[in-house]
Ligand binder design. Structure first.
Ligand code: GCO
Ligand code: MG
Length: 402
């Protein structure tokens, strides 16, 4: 089999997505997701200008060799643009292999290690009372795991809080919106949310929380310690992880489980975090971590150090990533949990898929490949619209992490 062509589609059915389609001489095609939120066109150009010319004529069966070709061969390794592009190629090639062998990707990864994928939903509200109600809504829908994010009195807009209760879409059309931040107000308010959630819903529900990279290690340690009585499933992105050693400080002080990694793109972003057992859940996923090929290796490495996976699954992962992630999730031994932020109806119509959600669980389906398709005609009705994630300032105007 030979790769004859590849095309990049940029569309905006509800939000922007970049999709790679690889064609073969046997009529089989594969799909990969190349969406990098707020920097979509950079990946589209990387693929069109630098990757696709080298793909034509290659045998799509040689996935590992193709991965090494684009990783080592670029000379300039790592980085979100490069690794998102390589991820899209890798996932599309696994899709082709599954279709060529008429089997779902999970069969090629060693088969199923479980029957269904536990997901967590996103509850949020403008204050503690609203957030408590929102968590109740998810429990009623059958979720066993819920992430809870609350607005903070005195801060105009906070990460994770939206008007819509099922969708959370932080990227906004136009130029980057500005949000504001006070670590002091946040640290004083959030523990009360989890105290009240445990009083109201007891201990059966898994509760998660995302601090979204805003705390220093010692502040994160304080939060983890104060949340200990409420037994969180995880505290996510407690501190930025460019400095992996920073997690040593958090770990010294708290038993609250830690999750990190949605912005990592290679194992080098988490080698120390994993090997020193500084985290419990790794948030990397197949569309940022370089595809299924390296993610299988990273998961095996993490397993040796008791680290489980918790793949990022926000709306900026297209359904193609969801399809591929679910095959990865169901096959690896150390799966922990999968994030599931729902897509809009428009998005789902552009990406018809075989995976399905039922009362707190996702099922990958048994279609050959990853089981997600792309409706090009419909996609053409939704042209790209420039959109950015917000930026963040402290109350005195200092730029801070969003
Ligand atoms: C999460 C994430 C997202 C990110 C988004 C950025 O935990 O799902 O933090 O909300 O902010 O994916 O593109
Ligand atoms: Mg997050």
């Amino acid at each position: 089999m030979k790769i004859t062509d590849a095309k990049v589609f940029v569309c905006s059915p509800g939000r922007n997505f970049v999709t790679l389609k690889i064609y073969t001489d046997q009529g089989i095609y594969g799909l990969g997701d190349a969406t990098l939120n707020g920097r979509e066109l950079a990946v589209a150009s990387y693929l069109n200008d630098h990757v696709i010319p080298c793909l034509i004529g290659r045998d799509p069966a040689d996935i590992e060799d193709t991965w090494q070709y684009f990783y080592r061969g670029a000379y300039w390794r790592k980085g979100p643009v490069t690794m998102t592009a390589i991820s899209a190629v890798d996932v599309a090639l696994w899709d082709i292999k599954g279709k060529a062998l008429n089997t779902p990707i999970y069969n090629l990864l060693g088969g199923k290690s479980r029957t269904k994928i536990t997901v967590y939903g996103h509850a949020n509200g403008r204050d503690i009372a609203e957030t408590i109600d929102a968590v109740g809504g998810y429990i009623e829908q059958g979720y066993v795991s819920v992430r809870a994010q609350t607005g903070i009195p005195g801060i105009a807009s906070v990460y994770g809080v939206s008007k819509d209760k099922l969708f959370y879409e932080p990227a906004k059309k136009g130029l980057p919106p500005e949000e504001s931040w006070s670590t002091e107000k946040y640290l004083n308010y959030v523990p009360k949310l989890f105290e009240q959630l445990r009083v109201k819903y007891g201990t059966d529900v898994n509760l998660l929380h995302d601090a979204h990279h805003r705390l220093t290690p010692i502040q994160a340690a304080r939060l983890g310690k104060e949340l200990e009585p409420y037994h969180l499933f995880w505290l996510e992105d407690a501190t930025p992880a460019e400095l992996q050693e920073g997690f040593r400080i958090i770990r010294q002080h708290t038993t609250t489980p830690l999750a990190v990694g949605e912005i990592f793109d290679t194992v080098w972003d988490c080698k120390l975090l994993i090997s020193e057992q500084l985290i419990d859940y790794l948030r990397m996923e197949v569309c940022r971590g370089g595809g299924i090929t390296p993610m299988k290796k990273i998961a095996a490495f993490a397993d040796m150090f008791h680290v489980q996976t918790g793949c990022h699954g926000a709306t900026d992962m297209s359904p193609v990533t969801f399809g591929a992630s679910l095959h990865f999730d169901i096959s690896i031994p150390n799966f922990g949990i999968q994030e599931y932020m729902r897509h809009t109806e428009e998005t789902n119509a552009v990406f018809p898929h075989h995976y399905r959600f039922d009362r707190g669980f996702l099922y990958p389906g048994d279609a050959p490949g990853h089981g997600v398709d792309f409706d090009e005609k419909l996609a053409a009705k939704y042209p790209y619209e420039r959109a950015y994630l917000p930026v963040n300032r402290k109350l005195d105007g200092t730029m801070w992490n969003w």
